[in-house]
Design a binder for this molecule. Structure first.
Ligand SMILES: *Cc1c(COP(=O)(O)O)cnc(C)c1O
Length: 380
């Protein structure tokens, strides 16, 4: 089964009891047993539920994996990974990660006696140098948020493997349509399915996807015993979203490329970062590792903070809101939104300046999107 077909059919045969073409929402907490000795089948919906199972099978297939577990949010999935470690363990995390991951590493990990070191994973030597005798995990994310930098993940995984580390990769921005990190030797792929996988900005959910049998029992415990599961209704919305992942991602990539090209030529734009542009510092790497360049574009505007505010609030289609990956276009302001928890010095060190905006380019008609950006730039 090819990707587009799996997105529609994997884990989704017609319902055996009714022939329903679409997997039903099994809105039930429990399932009747056939005997007191029954050991197979569904039992209780925290532990397993048919709608969730269908979505898990579909997502696992899209990532080329044996297992997927769905959680009530991307952060619940990430917290489940942290549950694999014990006090005294140390983890290495790339500095340019999702803000919630930073909060998890800074606030939850220490409560559990887990130490964290941040590195700039664009420099593999920094990763190697940060590994200690008690290091257990390397956490990666690429393309990065908001600057769309692309890591040399296969080389980083090799370093981690040489030291026996578990490698975890947040694939939210690229989705399995554009890259499959498990093929690079990554052990666990993390997704916020809130974003492109759901695709319609109507659910919060997360996933862990992996191949290793020895990880299944401990991670399944984190889901079924930890209890942070995705509901049947949201699993169903996710199934519906994933069916169009391929067509949506093609449209996101095409529109983002056109937006990036337009902005790069615009006199009121200082710099555009999009992995599809030849000017991007990791364009060649992105071409080698990814099947497309995604829908996220970082833009440095030639204006002051007031001008940035006019730009962010003055558009008709690009709405100023958190999150990304939905069919509708969004604009975000990293300094006060995704990266507000960093100090001004930390932001400056990461290139998150006061004139930086982040676009999540949707799948509206490209002419409308360009006209929207053009008139907002004219008003700077
Ligand atoms: C949104 C996001 C998360 C967290 O997911 P939630 O569903 O909001 O909990 C993690 N990683 C990345 C890259 C994200 O964009």
């Amino acid at each position: 089964m090819r990707f587009e077909t799996a997105a529609i059919h994997a884990g989704q045969p017609p319902d055996p009891t009714t022939g329903s073409v679409i997997v039903p929402i099994y809105a039930t907490s429990n399932f009747v047993r056939t005997s007191i000795d029954q050991t197979d089948g569904y039992e209780y919906s925290r532990v397993s539920n048919p709608t969730r199972a269908a979505a898990e099978t579909c997502l696992a297939t899209l990532e080329g994996a044996r297992y997927a577990l769905l959680f009530g949010s991307g952060m619940a999935a990430e917290t489940a990974v942290l549950g694999l470690f014990k006090p005294g363990d140390h983890v290495v995390c790339t500095r340019d990660v999702y803000g919630g991951t930073v909060s998890l590493m800074n606030r939850i990990a220490p409560q559990r006696g887990i130490q964290v070191s941040y590195v700039n994973a664009l420099d593999p030597q920094q990763v190697a140098d940060a590994i200690q005798p008690n290091t257990r995990m390397l956490w990666l994310e690429s393309p990065t948020n908001p600057l769309t930098y692309v890591l040399e993940t296969p080389a980083l995984v090799e370093i981690a493997k040489a030291h026996g580390l578990l490698t975890v990769f947040d694939n939210t921005f690229a989705t399995p349509y554009l890259q499959n990190p498990l093929q690079w030797g990554v052990d666990i792929v993390v997704h916020s399915v809130t974003k492109y996988l759901g695709g319609h900005s109507d659910i919060i959910g997360g996933a862990l996807v992996y191949n290793r049998d020895d990880l299944h029992d401990p991670l399944w415990d984190q889901q079924a015993v930890g209890g942070g599961i995705l509901s049947p209704f949201e699993s169903w919305l996710l199934l519906r979203g994933m069916k169009t992942l391929a067509v949506r991602m093609r449209a996101h990539c095409e529109n983002a490329m056109a937006v990036a090209r337009f902005l790069e030529e615009h006199p009121k734009v200082e710099r555009v970062l999009y992995p599809g542009l030849p000017s991007h510092p990791h364009h060649e790497r992105a071409k080698r590792l990814m099947r497309g360049f995604g829908g996220m574009v970082a833009v440095y505007l030639k204006t002051d903070r007031a001008g940035v505010n006019r730009f962010c609030t003055g558009m008709r289609y690009f709405r100023l809101a958190s999150s990304l990956g939905g069919v509708e276009s969004l604009v975000g302001y990293p300094a006060t939104m995704s990266h507000s928890s960093l100090t001004p010095e930390e932001r400056a060190a990461q290139g998150i300046t006061d004139n930086l905006v982040r676009l999540s380019v949707g799948i509206e008609h490209i002419d409308d999107l360009i006209a929207d950006l053009d008139s907002a730039l004219a008003a700077l």
